[in-house]
Design a protein around this ligand. Structure first.
Ligand SMILES: Nc1ncnc2c1ncn2[C@@H]1O[C@H](COP(=O)(O)OP(=O)(O)O)[C@@H](O)[C@H]1O
Ligand SMILES: [Mg+2]
Length: 260
């Protein structure tokens, strides 16, 4: 199976603190791989390296055969890599629809302003704007966001904001989707919906998903493979059952609890 996303021995330090020490993993099209580990293990740092917010000092990140480490975030996004954030990053004063439209901004050749101007229905910019709106409406239907489409995102319940953020990432029509603790703070029913949406996203669009999540039930239901990190190193990899039972993983979580 050839990987769509391949991370090869990436390393990064902040000052004297080594956050990642040679982390490797791969995700194929149509696959969900989970990244687990105690708080501070380096999970979000891996996402920041992939999405171009951080530039790893060692190693390579390859998407569809192309090295992307060192590229800036907007270039990485244009290559089809979308993410959600551990602490939701949306425009809170804007509506659900407008947040999703901004997610599509990257695909707009003619730009937002040109698209929104009253240029008549036959000009390319107007036609493109219509295409973006159609795509956003499809995502709103898919994620059941019709009832909150016009609401200011900041007024929505936390769980719904997380769904809007997933929608914003989907609006970019990604090939690789990075989800940073998407189920955190959700109730059981919201988690059920999210699990089914993620399964549908993989089945319908064939994306590769890298998922950071603490809920091992959720991980076990979704991921074919799991990679565990601790102190910036891979300590185990395998099926959810194998990794959950791995002595190093048990030790890492016990250690984390003892400290907490
Ligand atoms: N920009 C940064 N500056 C300094 N330290 C950082 C920075 N980003 C991450 N770190 C450090 O890297 C380690 C891993 O953090 P993080 O990736 O957020 O962990 P996780 O997502 O697994 O909880 C932590 O020790 C954190 O303090
Ligand atoms: Mg994190």
């Amino acid at each position: 199976m050839s990987a769509l996303l391949e991370i090869d021995q990436i390393g990064i330090s902040f000052g004297g603190v080594k956050a990642l020490l040679g982390v490797s993993l791969a995700v194929a099209r149509g696959e969900v791989v989970a990244l687990i580990g105690p708080n501070g293990a380096g999970k979000t740092t891996v996402f920041n390296c992939i999405s171009g917010l951080y530039h790893p000092q060692q190693g390579r990140i390859v998407v569809d055969g192309r090295e992307i480490q060192g590229l800036r975030p907007h270039r990485v996004a244009q290559l089809g890599i979308a993410r959600t954030f551990q602490n939701i990053e949306l425009f809170k004063h804007m509506s659900t629809v407008d947040n999703l439209l901004l997610g599509r901004h990257l695909h707009m050749r003619s730009g937002v302003l040109a698209g929104m101007a009253l240029l008549g229905p036959y000009l390319p910019a107007a036609r493109e704007e219509l295409r973006h709106r159609t795509r956003v409406e499809e995502i709103i239907d898919f994620l059941d966001l019709q009832a909150v489409r016009g609401e200011r995102v900041g007024n929505l319940p936390y769980g719904t904001q997380k769904v809007v953020e997933l929608g914003r990432a989907l609006a970019m029509e990604p090939r690789v989707l990075l989800l940073d603790e998407p189920a955190a703070g959700m109730n059981l029913e919201e988690k059920q919906d999210l699990r089914i949406w993620i399964q549908d996203i993989v089945a319908l669009f064939g994306v590769a998903i890298l998922l950071i999540e603490h809920d091992m039930q959720f991980v076990g239901d979704l991921a074919q493979r799991v990679v565990a990190l601790n102190y910036g190193e891979c300590i185990a990899a395998g099926t959810p059952a194998e990794v959950r039972a791995h002595p190093e993983v048990l030790k890492a979580y016990l250690g984390a609890e003892a400290v907490a």
